[in-house]
Design a protein around this ligand. Structure first.
Ligand code: 5GP
Length: 290
């Protein structure tokens, strides 16, 4: 194999400077795409004569379009048979034509499902609502992985995937979770692949998770709708947590303390719903999908 030519210090400095200028140019263009100052069509035109733009990854370009984001960009590339690492320079004529028409006529865009995140203090009744919605099949409800031991009424693969701490950490390292958090001494995480598949299949997806996880989802996927479920009163939440025969007294005390902190997070959410009646909450959530 031929070795690359050796560069003199001056040539190396010039090459580094050129790479820096190209990176800056790509960042500027992505910001313009984000603010709507330039269209995908416009960027593809510029790429004909601008080497820095030709080197931009297609994925980064698509992710900068407002409302597209990571999941939709990947789904679109998969549909147009563009490999995830392809740069603009590597696009075929046919792919360029398809990309242009995709963004000229957004009605061509794939009907991605929406992501809904139901959160709120432990004991507020999120899992009852999620179970009801799953049974009605209006949402595809994600099944989380957890390191917590199963309660007597829970089934592996249906209520949770019950896994060891070691396995959980391995999946974190592999990037298999869309979000994950520590909660009351255990780890909980949303399996990424299943959620992405459901969204690409056009399903409305519901995650029933605690608050830290909801925040992580919003930062990766700003288009997700974050819903906070609130108890009608603090006393009601206390009595629900105390009525839970599945936790020991120490655990209940911990969860009450946590619930107090969690209630303070409501203002971060897009929507607050009071869980006074399960049927009413279910109806309200279904109403959000139309
Ligand atoms: P529990 O142990 O009572 O089933 O759940 C404890 C808390 O963990 C609840 O607030 C529940 O919503 C949350 N939770 C369940 N699955 C996940 C998950 O995948 N990610 C995060 N961040 N929280 C979860």
């Amino acid at each position: 194999m031929a070795l690359p030519p050796l560069l003199s210090p001056t040539q190396r400095a010039e090459a580094l400077e050129k790479a820096g200028r190209s990176r800056k140019r790509r960042t500027e263009i992505k910001a313009q795409v984000k603010s709507g100052d330039i269209s995908i069509d416009g960027v593809l035109d510029l790429a004909l004569k601008d080497e820095a733009i030709r080197k931009m990854r297609v994925r980064e370009l698509l992710e900068s379009v407002s409302g597209v984001g990571k999941v939709r960009a990947l789904a679109l590339m998969e549909r147009l048979k563009i490999s995830p690492t392809r740069r603009i320079a590597g696009l075929g004529r046919h792919q360029i034509k398809e990309l242009r028409s995709e963004f000229m006529n957004p009605s061509h865009a794939i009907p991605l499902g929406r992501l809904f995140v139901l959160s709120g203090p432990g004991g507020v009744g999120k899992s009852t609502i999620a179970a009801r919605l799953r049974a009605l099949d209006v949402f595809w409800v994600s099944v989380s992985a957890t390191t917590r031991f199963p309660r007597s009424n829970e089934r592996d693969g249906i209520d949770y995937f019950f896994i060891s701490e070691e396995e959980f950490l391995r999946r974190v390292k592999d990037g298999q979770f869309l979000e994950w958090a520590d909660f009351a001494g255990n780890k909980y995480g949303t399996p990424r692949a299943a959620v992405e598949e459901a969204l690409v299949a056009g399903r409305n997806v519901l995650l029933e998770i605690e608050i830290d996880g909801a925040r992580q989802v919003k930062s990766h996927l700003p288009q997700a709708l974050l819903i906070f479920l609130e108890p009608p009163t603090w006393e009601e939440l206390v009595s629900r947590l105390e009525a839970r025969g599945t936790d020991d007294p120490l655990r209940r005390a911990e969860r009450l303390q946590l619930a107090q902190e969690e209630l303070a997070a409501a203002s971060y959410f897009d929507l607050v719903i009071i869980n006074d009646r399960v049927e009413r909450v279910v109806e309200q959530l279904i109403g959000l999908t139309s």
